[in-house]
Design a protein around this ligand. Structure first.
Ligand code: NAD
Length: 252
């Protein structure tokens, strides 16, 4: 059992999907969790009550709001940069404003949160930075230029920060999930069903099968358990690593 009692964990984008899974796992290991993300206020309140956590609103596309978030959070021991968005379109049709927003949320926000949190982690001699990248941080798919660029950038940021923190007690890693059935992916399932005439259930199977040798989704709980492991002493020497959890996607 990993004991994170006394540690404060900030998980961005934890009102839904993978972030909620990670926040749940960290809280289960004893960490004080700080939640962030958009969503229905009542649902957020229920989630906070369930995890014994607190919620701080911030739009991570806006650096000023990230500064306020980090100031309100106070010292953060475990920083999980998870908030992310997707937009699917061929590069020649990709809307410029979607590119800018996607890069701001998926990549630049992690620079800002790390910049604010890392000095305190180094001073205290312990810290964990976990960036939720993707298989798209290591490989590409068609029509996802901004997402692929942002996630490759996040893996690069992970490596650079790992070198700057090596030997300080702070580690920085990227988790690279394959398909996880969350609202972000449900939209892509619905688009596939609309394009192909498949049912939603058939579109799910076809989406996963295309890239994933196991033919199965990764779950938010599995990503959460992986994040908890990265906070354990067993992971003290794991740093700068893009770590796959993808049913074999990257083995191909
Ligand atoms: P999701 O849509 O369920 O959750 C995204 C979270 O980010 C939500 O809490 C949302 O409110 C928050 N968010 C979005 N824009 C924000 C902003 N501007 N400011 C603050 N919060 C914002 O998606 P998910 O699938 O759980 O994705 C979480 C992360 O995992 C993302 O970085 C995504 O790229 C990554 N990922 C997802 C998959 C997958 O298959 N679902 C695979 C690999 C990586």
């Amino acid at each position: 059992m990993v004991d994170l009692t006394g540690k404060t964990a900030l998980v961005t984008g934890s009102t839904s999907g993978i972030g909620a899974g990670i926040a749940g796992a960290l809280a289960g290991a004893g960490a004080r969790v700080i939640l962030n993300g958009f969503g229905d206020p009542e649902a957020i309140e229920t989630l906070c009550a369930r995890l014994g956590g607190r919620y701080l609103a911030a739009d991570l596309a806006i650096p000023g709001q990230i500064r306020d978030l980090m100031a309100a959070a106070g010292p953060v021991d475990i920083l999980v940069n998870n908030a992310g968005v997707q937009h699917v379109a061929p590069v020649e049709e990709f809307p410029e404003d979607r590119w800018d927003a996607l890069l701001a949320i998926n990549l630049t926000a992690a620079f800002h949160t790390i910049r604010h949190a890392v000095a305190g982690m180094k001073q205290r001699g312990w810290g964990r930075i976990i960036n939720i990248a993707s298989t798209h941080g290591l490989s590409a798919s068609r029509n996802k230029s901004a997402y692929v660029a942002s996630k490759h950038g996040l893996v690069g940021l992970t490596r650079a920060v790992a070198l700057e923190t090596a030997g300080t007690g702070v580690t920085c890693n990227a988790i690279c999930p394959g398909w996880v059935l969350t609202p972000l992916v449900e939209k892509q399932v619905a688009a596939r069903a609309a394009e192909t005439g498949l049912s939603l259930a058939e579109a799910q199977v076809s989406l996963v099968a295309e890239k994933t040798p196991s033919g199965q989704f990764v779950t938010p709980e599995q990503v959460g358990a992986f994040a908890v492991f990265l906070c354990s002493p067993a992971a003290d020497q794991i740093t700068g690593a893009p770590l796959s959890i993808d049913g074999g996607w990257m083995a191909q």
